[in-house]
Ligand binder design. Structure first.
Ligand SMILES: Cc1ncc(COP(=O)(O)O)c(C=O)c1O
Length: 446
């Protein structure tokens, strides 16, 4: 008998069916969903659907629900602020909580230099702001980004995104002058090398084939990177990668860390770049910042942020006061409830259990991550590493049918990204459901 996951009516039940049918009629088909979870309510790391089933949440609204669903302090903060004022627009007016949050963000982001903050609403908006600010500051045109990267879906951000062709299909031309080069995906090294013997051949390749051949470094405004690739497959670079890439700074190229998915303690540090010992010039933050309220920010060195002048960039809904109050409450809860430490501790436990799965099941090819940002790559065969795309989809659907909310990344990687305050009991039960499904799919496919 499970304590948290309770399937009382095989999903999709009648209520879920009704909602899904309406969505098919009225909601853009560009949204892709793997299974019909229709949420009725969610608290902490548990979710109920409209037919009375209860699930453990290993997706947290795609790494958004840092303090879990409806944390009391976050809800109270939202209610209190909503009763005072819901919107006034920081494009023309001031309010105190936004300056408080700006000052907090400059404090928690890496780098002991002076910083300033620009607020938007979504991750893509933060990336758009970072693109524009980099050009305004450097007066240069080119951008560097990685294959496998995901930076958003608006046209500027999409021009940096290179994780799935469908995201760009039919939407060309992109923003010109974005140069993509391979991310260090060691499990599937494009050069068939092995770390550490490779001695970072990927960087030599980048220098020889890009910088020495056709990309004049002096014309590059900024290098955009996810410290750990998210949507592209939960890919973890080798430890010295970004430090070694810092040679780019000698050319005046800005380092823009997209911490939209990895930030806000998700990886067991406040920001994932801290694992790599680098201090970016601009950091993009969204997702986990406000426990589900729409808010994003870029935090930049002050001299960079001061390059743009009044009127040069703004957003009507940016720094919405209710979202800002939720962000302040999120930071408070992170501190009070030691969520950074919990992410680390639960992450270590999950990694240990998942690595045991790897030794038991042929289809578990690779387990990687930091904190509660973990990818489990599914393959057909450990030796050939053939991608287990159908297997991944089957695992996700089967987990759902047994009470575990799980999503994938890339083509064949499971993401383990529960709320940062998931309890040990919830985590263990979720992993147990996953193991049951892995065993079944493994048996069928090997
Ligand atoms: C690393 C990264 N950057 C940017 C984005 C885009 O954020 P949004 O969907 O809020 O526009 C995402 C969203 O998944 C992301 O993971």
């Amino acid at each position: 008998m499970r304590k948290f996951a309770k399937i009382v009516k095989k999903p999709p039940g009648p209520n879920a069916r009704r909602v899904v049918n309406m969505a098919e009629k009225y909601v853009s088909p560009s949204i892709s969903r793997f299974y019909p979870l229709v949420v009725e309510s969610a608290h902490g790391s548990l979710v109920r659907d409209v037919d009375g089933n209860q699930y453990i949440d290993f997706a947290s609204g795609i790494a958004v629900l840092s303090t879990g669903s409806t944390h009391k302090e976050v809800v109270d903060a939202i209610k209190t602020q909503a009763e005072k004022f819901i919107h006034f627009s920081y494009t023309d007016f001031y309010y105190e909580n936004l300056v408080k949050l700006a000052s907090e963000l400059t404090r928690i982001t890496p780098g002991k230099f002076e910083k300033m903050v620009y607020f938007g609403n979504s991750g893509a908006e933060a990336i758009e702001a970072a693109l524009k600010l980099s050009r305004v500051h450097t007066r240069r045109v080119l951008f560097l980004a990685h294959t496998g990267a995901f930076h958003g879906r608006t046209m500027g951000a999409l021009s940096l995104t290179a994780s799935k062709p469908i995201q760009r299909k039919g939407a060309f031309p992109m923003l010109p002058e974005v140069v993509h080069f391979p991310f260090p995906y060691c499990y599937r090294c494009p050069w068939k090398q092995t770390y550490p013997e490779c001695d970072y051949y990927c960087i030599d390749y980048f220098k020889e084939q890009f910088l020495d051949k056709y990309v004049p470094a002096e014309d590059v405004a900024a290098y955009f990177f996810e410290p750990l690739q998210g949507e592209g497959g939960y890919v973890v670079p080798p430890p010295q990668y970004f430090k070694k890439m810092e040679f780019l700074r000698e050319y005046g190229i800005l380092f823009v860390a997209d911490e939209i998915q990895t930030g806000m303690c998700r990886t067991g540090k406040f920001f994932a770049v801290e694992h790599f010992g680098i201090e970016p010039d601009i950091i993009a933050i969204a997702k986990g910042i406000a426990s589900g309220m729409p808010l994003s920010a870029i935090v930049a060195k002050s001299d960079i942020m001061k390059s743009w002048k009044p009127g040069q960039h703004a957003s009507t809904f940016g720094a919405n006061p209710v979202a800002v109050q939720a962000a302040l409450a999120t930071l408070e809860v992170i501190k009070k409830e030691k969520l950074l430490q919990n992410a680390k501790k639960m992450g270590e436990l999950a990694m240990k259990v998942l690595n045991e799965f790897k030794s038991r099941y042929e289809i578990v090819g690779d387990v990687r991550g930091y904190g509660l940002f973990i990818g489990v790559e599914i393959v057909k065969n450990k030796k050939t590493k053939e991608r287990g795309i159908n297997e991944t989809n089957e695992i996700i659907v089967k987990c759902f049918e047994r009470g575990l909310v799980l999503i994938s990344a890339g083509l064949n990687t499971l993401r383990i990204i529960p709320p940062l305050n998931i309890t040990k009991e919830e985590l263990v039960e979720g992993l147990d459901i996953l193991e049951g499904v892995l065993a079944e799919v493994n048996k069928k496919s090997t």
